[in-house]
Design a protein around this ligand. Structure first.
Ligand code: BGC
Length: 448
């Protein structure tokens, strides 16, 4: 090989290395005490084996793929905390499972409450701040049989459960999320029918459920704040900011459902968060309203879940007239939506108008080949960084999620995890892309 070729290749490699390095060390300026975390939910990580008599364990009977014991987080939490430490995160958002804590109406399990106390203490000892979600799509079957959130009179059961949990854990946990994504719960369970109770096209029920969940959130917020440690607790509402966009802007078959879903699943809730007033409805079918007690705050922070936007396309089919899709030049995730980091920026800017602290309580990508996750993280984190640089009050970011888990109606096919899991041996394997998240967290720490 000639000398000039060797020198050229040396320069080229140096250039490439510098390029890669420069790419890897993009900086995100975050506020002091920023929480870098991962999020997960008990049911998705411990499965029906743990939460056996719930709306979800019963619904699974109709699904091809069962959750089993998932990644058995219930028993493996101590080792999983070690994995979290290895990532360098300083917060975990997780849900406590109502059906385990109150398996029979009014009968609370001391053992389950103690289990969660142990999890919280183990996290705190590892320097990881717990953030608890009180309802993440799952509740006891007895509550479901009473009509769940479709009945306003059932809110009191949820409120009582939340108070019991807070009394047990309020001394060591200061970050609380009441209900995860009420809009998605209502949409999947009462319009698409892919979550329990599996009702399809039941718009009035979906409105009722959403309305009752917002009232439940408000009542729980006020109850928790009135308890010992309540004054120090930060109690928030978790909203999935999901915008529906017609594939072709002039097509009424895409535009009209888009407007309807935007109103039902985003705007009505944002309006409620801003004003305490909720109103949703469809002409002819009627509307439903709720007014939170005026002059009182209804949350201390907003939990923003963001994945993508829903690009909807009409097709000639009576059973599925609308499908979620993507434009040809977009990079798809394994879910039926593309990467869309601009949407996260827009969502933060919009939510920031509430003038409350924001936590990105979920953001992640299903990527079985692990060939898009690093780009996803780079783009979405840089979108968040841009919003922070422009003054948005973002206090934390939680990647969804620690390890591959049960993705509801999609079973185990969707791989969101920073760790892959061998479910036979319960071994966890760090995915290469997780190094990027680790590096970002470390650099931000070094900058602080
Ligand atoms: C839910 C999670 C779910 C994730 C990814 C969110 O809507 O809160 O439970 O796994 O999206 O689809």
């Amino acid at each position: 090989m000639s000398k000039s070729v060797t020198v050229f290749s040396l320069f080229l490699s140096l250039f490439i290395c510098l390029g890669i390095y420069a790419h890897a060390i993009e900086r995100i300026e975050t506020p002091h005490d920023f929480l870098w975390g991962v999020a997960l939910s008990e049911y998705q990580n411990s499965g029906a084996a743990c939460c056996s008599d719930s709306n979800w364990s019963n619904w699974e009977k109709f699904l091809a793929e069962k959750s089993g014991n998932a990644c058995d987080f219930w028993h493996n939490y101590a080792d999983d905390i070690t994995l979290m430490k290895q990532l360098g995160i300083n917060s975990l958002r997780f849900s406590v499972e109502w059906c385990v804590i109150e398996p029979k109406e009014g009968k609370f399990s001391k053992a389950a409450l103690n289990h969660y106390k142990e999890v919280c203490n183990a996290l705190i000892n590892a320097g990881i701040t717990p953030m608890i979600t009180l309802h993440h799509f799952v509740h006891p079957q007895w509550f479901e049989e009473k009509g769940g959130f479709e009945k306003r009179k059932n809110i009191k059961y949820f409120e009582r459960f939340c108070v019991v949990v807070f009394k047990h854990l309020g001394d060591c946990v200061s970050l609380w999320c009441t209900i995860n994504e009420p809009t998605i719960y209502a949409f999947q369970g009462y319009i698409r029918g892919v979550f329990p109770p599996g009702k399809t096209g039941r718009f009035p029920s979906a409105f009722r459920v959403l309305c009752n969940m917002l009232e439940a959130h408000t009542r729980v917020y006020h109850s928790l704040k009135a308890l010992p440690h309540g004054d120090k607790a930060q109690v928030g509402f978790v909203h999935q900011y999901l915008v529906f966009q017609p594939y072709t802007s002039w097509n009424p078959l895409e535009r009209i459902p888009g407007l309807l879903f935007n109103n039902l699943l985003n705007k009505s809730v944002l309006h409620f968060l801003k004003t305490g007033a909720f109103k949703v409805g469809i002409p002819i079918l009627g509307s439903i309203t709720y007014q939170a007690p005026p002059e009182k705050p209804i949350m201390d922070f907003i939990g923003l879940n963001y994945y993508s936007r829903a690009l909807i396309k009409a097709q000639l089919s009576l059973t599925e007239p609308l499908i979620a899709t993507h434009y040809p030049d977009e990079v798809m995730t394994d879910m039926p939506y593309a990467m869309y980091s601009q949407g996260l920026y827009k969502a933060i800017k919009d939510i920031n108008q509430l003038k409350l602290p924001i936590y990105i309580t979920e953001n992640g990508i299903a990527d079985a080949n692990d060939d898009r996750r690093e780009t996803f993280l780079r783009e979405y984190l840089s979108a968040m960084g841009k919003a922070i640089a422009e003054g948005c009050d973002v206090r934390g970011y939680y990647y969804w999620l620690l390890m591959d888990n049960y993705e509801w109606d999609m079973g185990y096919s969707m791989k969101f995890g920073l760790y892959a899991v061998n479910r036979k041996t319960q071994e966890r394997f760090l995915r290469p892309s997780a190094h990027y998240y680790k590096t970002i967290i470390k650099q931000t720490g070094d900058l602080a």
